[in-house]
Design a protein around this ligand. Structure first.
Ligand code: PMV
Length: 315
């Protein structure tokens, strides 16, 4: 018997950065994300005759990108599988295979889609193996959060709000956006997000961070609902810059804001200044830009790709 599940990644416009409870992955502030339906992790689970669970990359001929995980990442993934097995009081062993349809190590966080897909697949497999009811989406999101915080937002689409231990769908006038990921500087070394969550707390700017994020969240929800696209751009910009300032002012600082990122952000800002319109922009914990366009900006998305973004890999 084999079970398969898929889950999408998501991009936060109000960021989850800093935890009030690291064991349970409870955030210091609420976050708001847009679900990235095209960036997908697939997980397959199968029972094995073994003392231990095992992970392997899922190999396919469909042109998906093979994953290689560090031992630490494999342990974390299997630890989450174990948490799921405990929920179902299942003691047998399983082999877990996974793949992403996007490249690894380029600053696109795969933990959100990976842990959400593993949670979903474990629920399918374990409810069948133990003859129990599958868990609700909310219960699955709660469990997934324990593996990787941001993965809980991948259970809802197109917009998702995560506050304390509640995850919910948000209805907005923008149910469908065009998304581009721009791989700006792939060689920048990534600090793991668990490490980043700890380090930001040492920044002198962290004290006011939850309040700043909360006020931006309220303003962004209002801008979304009133379709104030320019206001959304300003809020999203201020928000990711705030997070990157925390990275750069932590007691052991780190930075993803390379010259090439700054140049590209300036090119987007210049476009906005000239046209009074443009894409939303955000950066996660990587030297990667995420651009979001309204459906009526489809031509702009194409033109941007061919002009402003032409020197970069765009997914
Ligand atoms: O879920 P984690 O622990 O990988 O943290 C994700 C943190 C950011 O991607 C930088 C921001 C976010 O809200 O997704």
């Amino acid at each position: 018997m084999i079970w398969e599940a898929q889950a999408p990644s998501n991009i936060a416009l109000i960021k989850y950065m800093g935890k009030q409870d690291a064991k349970r992955n409870l955030p210091d502030n609420a976050s708001l994300s847009y679900t990235l339906d095209k960036l997908i992790t697939t997980v397959i689970l199968e029972p094995i005759e073994s003392e231990q669970d095992r992970w392997e990359p899922l190999v396919s001929s469909s042109g998906d990108h093979p994953i290689s995980l560090t031992q630490l990442a494999v342990d974390r993934f299997l630890q989450h599988l174990n948490l799921m097995k405990q929920q179902y009081e299942y003691t047998g062993s399983l082999i877990v295979r996974s793949k992403n349809n996007f490249p690894q190590g380029v600053g696109i966080a795969s933990s959100a889609s990976s842990f959400a897909a593993l949670t979903k697949c474990a629920v399918l497999a374990l409810s069948s193996l133990t003859d129990r009811q599958p868990l609700s989406d909310q219960a699955q999101a709660q469990l997934s959060r324990r593996g990787s915080g941001s993965s809980c937002r991948s259970f809802y689409r197109p917009w998702c709000l995560w506050e304390e231990d509640e995850v919910s769908v948000v209805t907005t006038p923008y149910p469908c956006l065009i998304h581009q990921v721009v791989l700006v500087d792939c060689e920048v070394k990534l600090v793991s997000s668990s490490e980043a969550h700890q380090r930001v707390r040492t920044s002198p700017h962290y004290a006011g961070r939850p309040a700043r994020a909360q006020s931006r969240l309220i303003n962004l929800l209002e801008a979304l609902n009133t379709q104030a696209w320019d206001r959304m751009y300003e809020i999203c910009y201020a928000e990711f810059m705030d997070m990157h300032r925390l990275f750069e002012t932590a007691s052991t600082p780190f930075s993803y804001m390379t010259t090439r990122c700054k140049d590209l952000l300036e090119a987007v800002a210049t476009y906005w200044r000239e046209k009074k319109d443009g894409p939303l922009v955000t950066m996660d914990a990587g030297a990667t830009l995420h651009l979001l366009y309204r459906p009526d900006q489809d031509k702009l998305a194409q033109t941007f790709k061919e002009t402003v973004l032409k020197k970069h890999v765009v997914l």
